[in-house]
Design a protein around this ligand. Structure first.
Ligand code: HEM
Length: 279
């Protein structure tokens, strides 16, 4: 334990911790951006995906705790490293003209803060529904369409995805150097190639942005009134339970296994009827 604390006390230890927790967060971001694409396969596909995640129960909570711990340690190490580097140069440069550092490197702290604030807003909007005026519980499709039909919500998301792209670019590059990851050849793709890292960061940011943009331009539209959400829902108090999934009439999305889902309902929930019914 003493050895671990000694290691963490060193600048290298903090950098390795930042890189390790960054790698965990990066893995989550990649999985999340791929999962988000299911919305283009229709309401049934994206809603079944959300229901599947929630059906994992304790495993989902374990992943959430790991993520939260990774975010906490990542921020703590970042703050401590910033303080340490400021203490090493108490008198600021009179005039600073960066010769080789990129915009991404210079914006890494502010960008990180912006992404942190975005995640808080995002979870309160699309997971808990606290900041979503028409939250539909487990109906992720409706939640996203409703949210992204508001221009300023799109603006927040697109700005956050810009910050995420820059953060990923510099963060992935630094992480690879700290951990000594070498991919590809001198010119080939991989983590020694700035172009490859830039393409990855821009790709992730653009893929995330595809959902709000597709809603804004009308590629993703609200379901016609009366069309199913992709599952049957039973209502019990303020809790919705998905009892059976089905594919919608237009054939998009495949039926999935039944799964139990407990989702908090907002007051504007569209499933107010007691007992099982199709929404
Ligand atoms: C346009 C981009 C995005 C869309 C459409 C989107 C969509 C969603 C949706 C629908 C949920 C709720 C899922 C559910 O309740 O089952 C969610 C949760 C979440 N998202 Fe995103 N997301 C986006 C970007 C991001 C980004 C960039 C991050 C992180 C950097 C992020 C982090 C999270 C987290 C931490 C949760 C909570 C997961 C949980 O409940 O355990 N999202 N997202």
């Amino acid at each position: 334990m003493r050895l671990l604390l000694l290691w963490y006390g060193s600048t290298v230890g903090k950098k390795v911790l930042m890189a390790g927790t960054g790698a965990i967060l990066l893995a989550y971001v990649v999985a999340h951006v791929l999962g988000n694409l299911l919305i283009f396969r229709g309401p049934a596909a994206i809603n079944a995906y959300g229901a599947f995640l929630k059906s994992l129960g304790p495993l989902l909570w374990f992943a959430r705790v790991v993520l939260l711990a990774a975010v906490g340690l990542h921020i703590t190490a970042a703050v401590q490293l910033t303080r340490r580097s400021r203490a090493a140069r108490p008198v600021p440069y009179r005039r600073q003209e960066p010769q080789v550092s990129t915009v991404a490197a210079r914006s890494i702290r502010w960008g990180g803060l912006a992404i942190g604030l975005f995640i808080v807003y995002h979870v309160l909007q699309l997971t808990t529904g606290t900041l979503h005026p028409t939250f539909h519980g487990a109906d992720i499709y409706a939640n996203e369409i409703d949210a992204f039909r508001t221009w300023w919500v799109d603006a927040i998301y697109l700005a956050a995805m810009g910050a995420l792209g820059l953060h990923l670019y510099h963060g992935t590059w630094s992480m690879a150097r700290t951990l000594g990851v070498r991919g590809g050849g001198r010119r080939g793709p991989g983590l020694r190639n700035r172009g490859g890292v830039a393409a990855f960061a821009v790709g992730v940011a653009l893929t995330f942005s595809a959902v709000p943009l597709a809603v804004a331009v009308g590629i993703l539209r609200p379901r016609p009134a009366g069309e199913g959400v992709g599952h049957d829902v039973a209502q019990s108090g303020r809790t919705s339970v998905i009892v059976r999934h089905f594919a919608p009439a237009d054939g998009s999305g495949a039926p999935t296994r039944p799964s139990a889902l407990a989702a908090p309902d907002a007051p504007a929930n569209r499933w107010p009827l007691p007992g099982g019914h199709r929404t």
